[in-house]
Design a protein around this ligand. Structure first.
Ligand SMILES: NC(=O)c1ccc[n+]([C@@H]2O[C@H](COP(=O)([O-])OP(=O)(O)OC[C@H]3O[C@@H](n4cnc5c(N)ncnc54)[C@H](OP(=O)(O)O)[C@@H]3O)[C@@H](O)[C@H]2O)c1
Length: 282
């Protein structure tokens, strides 16, 4: 049996590989995929199979999925290209006769009106239409989306357009643990898990950073267009800035709030808290 993991050069894919190894999956049964296999050399040294796979190149996917029993399909990062790219992944998985596809989607993908949800909705539809047995991991935001901005928070405070909305953010490592659990235990095919951690508002985020650093850090709520402008001024490409600001618009209305404990149940412990994540970042 082999478990093929796409996006293994990325943060989440790499953590999923490490979680699988920690659970005792033999290295030789894990196939780590990336566009640049040189970046997977350390995994090859540890006995994993590494193969090249590009979501734009159907033939590379066909070769990469050969013999795959399970496919950990990490959603791509090229926003705007992903419906076609993900379609290629699903086509190749079907041709390879993969027994289970585990896909990283977005919270409430079936009902979400976030711009960022559209490509996940299309992918979920393609998976359904393919007839492939599959599991949807509908991940909320990463805690790291926030903790990576700690220097900005300390210099300028926290800005956003999320109002008093609560986000159920969780650590990438926790989402990776959940994925590894789904890949290594039975009974998940056909399920859609809504995954998220402890919920907090942006005001609470700012207060936690202030508490742990002893600095005056506050949250400034902006209209969506003003927040988009601020992100563009900070150097983000306009479409990406607009999508992030749109995510905050949705966040204000609960689009990334996950009121169920699917993540805790899958990983068998409480997900990493905001306080712990901020402590580690500080
Ligand atoms: N929940 C959240 O808060 C959140 C935030 C950001 C993103 N996401 C989604 O979750 C995914 C995983 O997150 P992450 O933090 O691990 O992102 P990441 O570090 O950017 O990793 C993305 C992975 O996808 C691979 N990839 C992108 N386009 C590809 C293509 N055309 N063909 C083959 N591989 C491709 C990348 O390969 P290369 O190394 O070759 O680029 C990389 O391995 C993201 O891709 C995105 O869909 C979720």
């Amino acid at each position: 049996m082999s478990i093929v993991v796409t996006g293994a050069t990325g943060h989440l894919g790499r953590l999923i590989v490490e979680s699988l190894l920690r659970r005792g999956v033999p290295a030789g049964q894990i196939v780590a995929l990336g566009r640049d296999v040189n970046r997977l050399a350390d995994l090859a040294d540890r006995g994993l199979v590494v193969r090249t796979a590009d979501y734009d190149d159907l033939d590379s996917l066909r070769a990469a999925f050969a013999g795959a029993q399970k496919l950990m399909f990490v959603s791509g990062s090229e926003v705007g290209q992903r419906v076609r790219q993900h379609g290629n992944v699903i086509t190749a998985a079907r041709e390879a006769g993969v027994g289970l596809v585990v896909y990283t989607s977005i919270a409430h993908a079936d009902t979400s009106d976030l711009q960022m949800a559209a490509e996940h909705q299309a992918t979920e539809r393609q998976l359904r239409d393919s007839g492939l047995p599959h599991v949807l991991l509908r991940n909320s935001w990463y805690l790291e989306n926030y903790t990576a901005q700690l220097p900005t928070y300390l210099a300028h405070g926290v800005a956003g357009a999320a109002g008093d909305g609560r986000v159920s953010a969780a650590a990438r490592a926790d989402y990776a643990e959940a994925a590894a659990e789904v890949l290594t235990t039975d009974g998940h095919a056909g399920r859609a898990y809504e995954l998220g951690g402890e919920a907090f508002t942006m005001t609470e985020l700012a207060a936690e950073v202030a508490r742990q650093t002893g600095q005056d850090v506050r949250y400034t709520d902006l209209p969506v267009d003003r927040y988009t402008e601020l992100l563009v001024a900070a150097g983000l490409p306009e479409p990406y800035a607009a999508a992030l600001a749109d995510a905050d618009r949705g966040l204000a209305r609960g689009a990334l709030y996950v009121p169920v404990d699917d993540l805790e149940k899958l990983i068998g412990r409480r997900p990493t808290s905001l306080a712990d994540a901020v402590r580690a970042a500080v």
